[in-house]
Design a protein around this ligand. Structure first.
Ligand SMILES: C[S@@+](CC[C@H](N)C(=O)[O-])C[C@H]1O[C@@H](n2cnc3c(N)ncnc32)[C@H](O)[C@@H]1O
Length: 279
């Protein structure tokens, strides 16, 4: 009954409701069955409440392209298009389910924004995604993890039910008994960075260690090293504090691009632009 209610809220289409006794019906010729087997994982839909929370956690907007890995009946791509105005792609291995999901998108009035690809999530290219959603299995999440971590920094990954082990989530979600996790793909910053010479500035070198989005390290100025304070990495945005020679805290915020950091160094309330490059 819960399943029927969720589908009703999702699409309000006669065809989708055809599995719910007593409601208007239009036979599409195929009705997925809860827990029907799939290539690597069976089909079970994410609840509408959790779908909404997953897409809200990822802060999906019309600028996003959302990929759902293992699209099932299309609930996530359809909601991304209907409620968040995003373009969305679902990858579904089961041909009948893929077709069913595409029809659901059509009946929901978002066929122009939702494309369901009949394919394998381990073969199809989803690198253009700015948001990736999934409801898979723990071992599948881990299998996908290296691919996900190569995606553009700032890409949001949202999973229903299962985490990514030592890659701790940036946010956890809950909807009833369901739990979800959201990660932001971090830029790769580990290594040595030289601040480019700037008039009046002491030459400085930044040494960064990284484990997923967790960063730390040292800043060396005039031969004196000190640990970074409160270092944070969110997508391509790096920030930290350090103590000046007078022990007063100064801060650095930077955008990470391939081989370069550029941003602002703030001391005594004044911001100065800086650039650093990989050693
Ligand atoms: C647990 S269901 C989740 C469906 C949907 N994402 C949702 O959250 O409602 C997983 C889906 O992945 C599909 N699937 C399993 N292995 C797959 C693979 N290798 N490539 C693409 N889809 C796959 C299954 O057919 C099933 O529809």
């Amino acid at each position: 009954m819960h399943f029927c209610r969720r589908l009703f809220a999702l699409t309000l289409t006669v065809a989708v409701l055809s599995g719910c006794a007593g409601m208007g019906q239009k036979d599409t010729g195929f009705k997925p069955v809860l827990r029907q087997s799939g290539k690597d994982v069976m089909w079970l839909p994410t609840s509408q409440d959790m779908v909404n929370k997953m897409l809200a956690a990822a802060q999906v907007t019309s600028k996003d392209i959302v990929y759902d890995l293992g699209a099932g009946d299309g609930v996530i791509p359809i909601t991304a298009a209907q409620q968040f105005k995003a373009r969305a792609v679902g990858i579904e291995y089961d041909a009948k389910l893929a077709d069913f999901a595409q029809k659901n998108a059509q009946q929901a009035g978002v066929a122009d924004m939702v494309k369901i690809i009949r394919g394998d999530i381990f073969v199809e290219d989803f690198s253009e995604a700015t948001v990736v959603t999934m409801y898979l299995l723990p071992e599948l999440n881990l299998q996908l993890r290296p691919t996900l971590l190569k995606m553009r920094p700032g890409t949001r990954i949202v999973a229903n039910a299962f985490d990514m082990q030592e890659w701790t989530p940036d946010q956890t979600l809950s909807a009833g008994s369901e739990q979800g996790f959201m990660w932001i793909i971090p830029a790769q910053v580990e290594g040595e960075w030289d601040f480019l010479p700037h008039e009046g500035r002491v030459p400085a070198r930044l040494s960064l260690q990284q484990s997923f989005q967790q960063v730390g390290g040292t800043l060396t100025m005039a031969g004196v090293s000190q640990p970074l304070l409160g270092a944070q990495l969110r997508g391509d945005q790096l920030s930290f504090h350090f103590l000046g020679s007078d022990k007063i805290a100064q801060s650095v915020t930077a955008t990470v691009t391939a081989g370069a950091l550029s941003g602002q160094h703030t001391s005594y309330g004044r911001a100065h632009p800086f650039q650093a490059q990989r050693r």
